[in-house]
Design a protein around this ligand. Structure first.
Ligand SMILES: Cc1cc2nc3c(=O)[nH]c(=O)nc-3n(C[C@H](O)[C@H](O)[C@H](O)COP(=O)(O)OP(=O)(O)OC[C@H]3O[C@@H](n4cnc5c(N)ncnc54)[C@H](O)[C@@H]3O)c2cc1C
Length: 365
């Protein structure tokens, strides 16, 4: 679905190389070509756009219909404060970066999920105003992280051009000869092949950075630390997303269900509501959740995972990931991030749950 096209000029501006990206199979495509921002902005007409398409595809008389065209620039900017009084900013307005890594829409939607339930809770009178401050605390570091990552990925294309030796090439023929030389049975050919492999390995950080995409963990007053030590990543934290119920992180996804239905844990924790997960011996949490929900005026969804309940731990994956005993509990916020967890069933579950929720919601004790 995505081709990077190396041609003379493809390392200028843009996102590292010419891009042909499928929008609809196989007759609608997005084409990206860079320009030097030190010069005047080019005027893009249907004719010049068609020429760019033909050059990139390599078919001089290709029939092309242009449906839209625009100029945009790579940015490297992130906001450190996302709120001013009653005004909140989200999306590209607070993180501006090249499309490398494909982080733009995802992060923008995450911003909104983080903010929407907080505004709803404050306006609905179930949370204190301070909850809104946690939007900046939680999301500004994510903005900084993705802007840095995307720009790094964009720049790292340079290493591929250097490895191929084509960064200085001026004609297509010169470029083609330099690319061909990677096949040479010589010491230089071998060195070039190694350099290409190293450069391509870096692209793993553009296309497979699951840790950057999903691994955000919040530390704010809307997360109650359970005192457990944070696991030290054993694998590359940018490439690998390690699921955990440690407070602040994204609710881990595992499959649960019964003989006829399969649910993701994410399906069981609806957006917009708090969800409390427990196991069979944690039954008392259900009474506690109903009581505390009534006291605080919030709706708490409860999920018991175990045989005989709506969801069985089909592959024992929940037991492996839940990070608490069977009678413990994991409280998930309305944005599907873990807000708090209890290792086991305490003497007074309603009291500890009320404390945790009051803290998350910035309510007076
Ligand atoms: C070539 C390219 C490829 C991309 N690929 C990916 C990808 O693979 N994956 C991914 O996740 N993201 C990708 N993105 C990024 C993604 O498109 C953006 O991150 C996302 O659209 C940002 O959403 P937004 O709502 O914050 O801003 P926008 O989508 O920019 O929406 C802002 C809206 O506000 C409107 N507006 C502006 N000023 C005013 C005003 N004064 N009054 C009223 N309206 C106004 C604008 O017209 C626009 O409709 C890509 C971007 C580009 C350019």
């Amino acid at each position: 679905m995505l081709y990077w096209v190396v041609q003379p000029g493809s390392n200028i501006g843009g996102i590292g190389a010419g891009l042909i990206r499928m929008v609809h199979p196989w007759d609608e495509w997005l084409i990206v070509w860079g320009y030097d921002i030190n010069g005047p902005a080019p005027e893009v007409t249907d004719e010049s756009a068609t020429q760019i398409v033909r050059n990139l595809v390599g078919v001089p008389d290709l029939e092309v219909e242009i449906t839209g065209k625009s100029l945009w620039g790579n940015n490297e900017q992130y906001a450190t404060r996302l709120q001013s009084g009653r005004v909140f900013c989200a999306g590209d307005a607070i993180h501006k970066h090249p499309p490398s890594n494909g982080l733009g829409s995802n992060t923008s939607i995450q911003d909104s999920y983080n903010l929407a339930w907080k505004i709803a809770a404050v306006l609905g009178g179930t949370a204190g105003d301070d909850l809104l401050e946690t939007y900046t605390v939680e999301r500004a570091p994510v903005a900084a992280q993705i802007v840095t990552r995307a720009n790094k990925s964009s720049r790292e294309f340079g290493q591929l051009f250097e490895a191929l030796g084509i960064d200085k090439a001026e004609t297509p023929e010169e470029m083609a000869a330099l690319i061909e030389s990677r096949k040479d049975n010589t010491a230089e050919g071998a060195a070039k092949r190694r350099a290409i492999q190293d450069a391509m390995d870096l692209k793993n950080y553009e296309f497979n950075a699951h840790g950057v995409e999903l691994g955000q963990s919040y530390a704010s007053t809307a997360v109650v630390d359970d005192g457990s030590a944070r696991a030290v990543p054993v694998r590359d934290a940018e490439l690998y997303y390690e699921q955990s119920t440690a407070p602040g992180g994204r609710l881990p996804h595992v499959w649960v269900g019964d003989s006829s239905r399969k649910y993701s844990t994410h399906d069981l924790a609806p957006y917009g509501r708090f969800t409390l997960f427990t196991g069979t011996t944690g039954d008392e949490w259900l009474t506690a959740a109903a009581k505390v929900g009534g006291q605080l005026g919030i709706d708490i969804v409860t999920v018991v995972i175990g045989p005989g309940h709506e969801c069985t731990d089909l592959y024992f994956a929940w037991a492996e990931i839940r990070g608490v005993d069977e009678d413990g509990a994991v409280l998930v916020r309305p944005d599907k991030h873990v807000g708090w967890r209890s290792a086991s069933l305490p003497a007074d579950p309603a009291a500890v749950l009320a404390d945790a929720l009051s803290a998350i919601l910035s309510r007076q004790a």
